[in-house]
Design a protein around this ligand. Structure first.
Ligand code: HEC
Ligand code: HEC
Length: 313
């Protein structure tokens, strides 16, 4: 009951916050300003996709998962094709299943929307300019001062970038611009994955085990909800920000530095009202985005495990 009441209070506050953030004019790049921003809409999906013009076609599908910016930078190996942004998106956190037709949305410091779609290997790339943010420096041409928010959308599912990121490089001639630079497969904060894809190939209909079945699903959460991690962002003053909300999902019992753990976000008498599901289901408001809907295999699994007593088994 406590969990449910807590959620209701939280959700009213969060809806208000999301509504206020809903109108996009110039971007606000404070950690709290980015936290729950909904993806922009109303633009043409894929309008900023780059095209593969080269003599040897097929490059658009090369190097999936690699840091495109290593070569696609001025004076780099692919210096004739300098992208402003590129990367690869996956179905799974381990980066083994590419996701095609996902939309990657960027909003820059002037509020411009850049939309790309992922191709057959999950790659996306664009030459669209990204505006500099005067709060970072007066040289708006310098890639170091470019600023953006980012969302990955697939069907009803959306993840957004909760961290602040510049593009890299010290000037417009040394720019390095690839999401893959930070979003590798090894549990970086919010890998480029989205959509409703069951983590394990099958689940039993009863006798769910936390360690065998549920924990592998929660690996999708650990980029943010790891033990006791509080980050201090200094670029915009001293706003202190915990990207995982003090919630440790790395084990059944939370570690000493975290304020909440699994037992605090399950509701055994009303499983569907568990915060672990409400937050992460399409329609919920969650900085980490949506992972499933109520009919998804992973949702049903967690629901059954909670109904069976949310055991530490
Ligand atoms: C190790 C270096 C390297 C990496 C990493 C790399 N590329 Fe390339 N890429 C090249 C080179 C070299 C060419 C130019 C080939 C040519 O001249 O035909 C190229 C060409 C391309 C082209 C063709 C551009 C055009 O209009 O002809 C696309 C598209 C492309 N790469 C996308 C990507 C993406 C997306 C990534 C990251 C997932 C990536 N590349 C990573 C070296 C790289
Ligand atoms: C990209 C980072 C990120 C990922 C990945 C992520 N979350 Fe979150 N989550 C957050 C942030 C930030 C908050 C605090 C803001 C909010 O409530 O949305 C949060 C809040 C929550 C809360 C509410 C905690 C509380 O005490 O109020 C729950 C429950 C939750 N997440 C569950 C999950 C689950 C389950 C997953 C994986 C299936 C997941 N999250 C993945 C960032 C993330």
């Amino acid at each position: 009951m406590r969990t449910r009441e807590f959620f209701m209070v939280m959700s009213i506050a969060l809806i208000m916050e999301a509504t206020m953030a809903g109108t996009i004019t110039a971007a606000t790049f404070t950690p709290s300003g980015m936290l729950l921003e909904q993806a922009p809409s109303g633009h043409t999906v894929g309008k900023d996709n780059g095209t593969d013009t080269g003599a040897s076609q097929g490059n658009a599908t090369h190097m999936a998962g690699n840091d495109c910016g290593i070569c696609h930078k001025p004076d780099g190996k692919a210096g004739s094709y300098v992208f402003s942004m590129a990367g690869t998106v996956y179905k799974d956190k381990a980066g083994t299943m590419p996701l095609s037709d996902a939309e990657i949305i960027l909003q820059d410091a002037e509020g411009n929307i850049i939309s790309m779609t992922s191709n057959s290997v999950g790659n996306f790339f664009t030459y669209a300019p990204i505006a500099g943010d005067p709060a970072y420096g007066s040289d708006l041409e310098s890639s170091r001062n470019w600023r953006y928010k980012a969302w990955v959308k697939y069907g009803d599912f959306t993840r957004h970038m909760v961290t602040l990121a510049g593009v890299g490089g010290s000037s417009s001639t040394t720019a390095r611009m690839s999401c893959n630079m930070h979003h590798g497969w090894q549990g970086s904060r919010g890998s480029l994955t989205t959509g409703d894809f069951a983590v394990l190939s099958s689940y039993p209909s009863s006798g769910i085990s936390f360690y065998t079945h549920v924990l592998p699903v929660l690996k999708n959460c650990m980029a943010c909800h790891k033990p006791g991690s509080i980050s201090t962002i200094t670029s915009y003053g001293d706003e202190k920000y915990d990207y995982g909300a003090g919630l440790d999902l790395s084990a059944y019992e939370k570690d000493a530095k975290s304020s909440r753990g699994i037992p605090d976000i399950v509701n055994v008498s009303e499983p569907d009202q568990s915060l672990i599901l409400l937050k992460t289901t399409v329609g919920g408001i969650h900085a980490g985005g949506s992972f499933w809907n109520q009919s998804s295999a992973d949702y049903q699994l967690i629901r059954r495990w909670i109904a069976e007593g949310a055991l530490n088994n």
